[in-house]
Design a protein around this ligand. Structure first.
Ligand code: ADP
Ligand code: MG
Length: 300
């Protein structure tokens, strides 16, 4: 491969909003056999809206039922913490509290656990928000059926605990990007395997995969697990391209033969990637592959 033809190829790609970090990336893309997509922010808009807030009883298991957690109190505490997080779910929670004009309590001891959720103190109360695994040790049996039902509707449920008591299940809905189905079709048409790798709930992930025609789903995957998912896909199919946008995708972007970052995603993802898709359109992946093949054909 001559340096000149690779420069021409990367130049042509750049005109279409596909930035190759190196000529080697353009060459390596040709050998890819499977394309694995992150879900949130990559195949979906990543701008979910809060659709549900289902409060739990304040004293679960007691004989005398009570009125349950006040929804606005839960939302304000959750939004206070989430205002420190970059996660799309966090943005939805903050936006919902702002729409209701809720004042947010002061936050301390904030910590984010990628792939799990966030914890901290808000207005003097201990708050935890995230997936069930983030609230390990708490009895979520009262809220779990609600979470199941919401996931079955393609929404992403998260649990909120206040002072160590399950307080509510929230759900956000995140529409798929217009180019997502086309991207999957185009890649499959080029003879590639397509997979969905996500930290989100299994039922939510399967709903999205079904809509997009993706057969292979790896759900409830932790950030380090995304790296293992890339290895597993490599064993099964061959060279892997991973497409992602989040901090949680960095290990997978680095592990894959080719990491493609959504340009509108987090800095960490962009820095871990070999290719940046400026417009954030997943269909650009198929375009990048076509270009790589065309350039490599011309070279030989
Ligand atoms: P994805 O792979 O879909 O981008 P992540 O790995 O970022 O998902 O997150 C996986 C799960 O962890 C989310 O579906 C959610 O349940 C939980 N989670 C992560 N960060 C947060 C947060 N800031 N607030 C609430 N839940 C979160
Ligand atoms: Mg993501």
């Amino acid at each position: 491969a001559t340096p000149t033809s690779i420069m021409v190829g990367t130049g042509r790609a750049a005109e279409r909003g596909v930035l190759f970090r190196s000529g080697a990336a353009l060459q390596a893309l040709e050998d890819v056999r499977v394309v694995a997509f992150d879900k949130t922010g990559t195949l979906t808009e990543g701008r979910p809206r809060l659709t549900d807030l289902i409060p739990a009883p304040e004293r679960p298991g007691t004989a005398r039922p009570d009125t349950g957690f006040d929804p606005d109190t839960v939302l304000a505490a959750a939004a206070a913490l989430e205002s420190r997080s970059e996660h799309p779910i966090a943005r939805a929670v903050v936006a919902a509290a702002a729409e209701k004009g809720l004042g947010l309590p002061a936050v301390s001891d904030f910590a984010a656990v990628p792939g799990h959720g966030v914890t901290g103190r808000a207005g003097g109360r201990a708050v935890a928000i995230g997936a069930a695994r983030h609230l390990a040790g708490l009895d979520l049996s009262g809220l779990a059926p609600h979470a199941e039902r919401l996931a079955g509707q393609g929404r992403s449920p998260v649990f909120v605990a206040l002072d160590g008591v399950p307080a509510a299940v929230l759900a956000v809905s995140d529409p798929v990007k217009p180019g997502a189905a086309e991207a999957v079709r185009a890649l499959a048409g080029q003879g590639l395997a397509v997979a969905l790798v996500t930290g989100d709930d299994r039922r939510t992930a399967e709903g999205v995969a079904r809509d997009l025609g993706i057969a292979t789903v790896l759900a409830e995957v932790l950030p380090a697990g995304k790296r293992d998912a890339v290895r597993a896909l490599r064993e099964r199919h061959g060279a892997v391209a991973f497409v992602g946008d989040g901090i949680n995708d960095a290990p997978a972007l680095a592990e894959a033969e080719i990491g493609l970052a959504i340009g509108t995603g987090t800095d960490v993802a962009v820095e871990s990637a070999d290719v940046v898709l400026m417009a954030g359109d997943p269909a650009a992946v198929a375009e990048a592959l076509r270009l790589s093949r065309a350039v490599m054909r011309n070279i030989r």
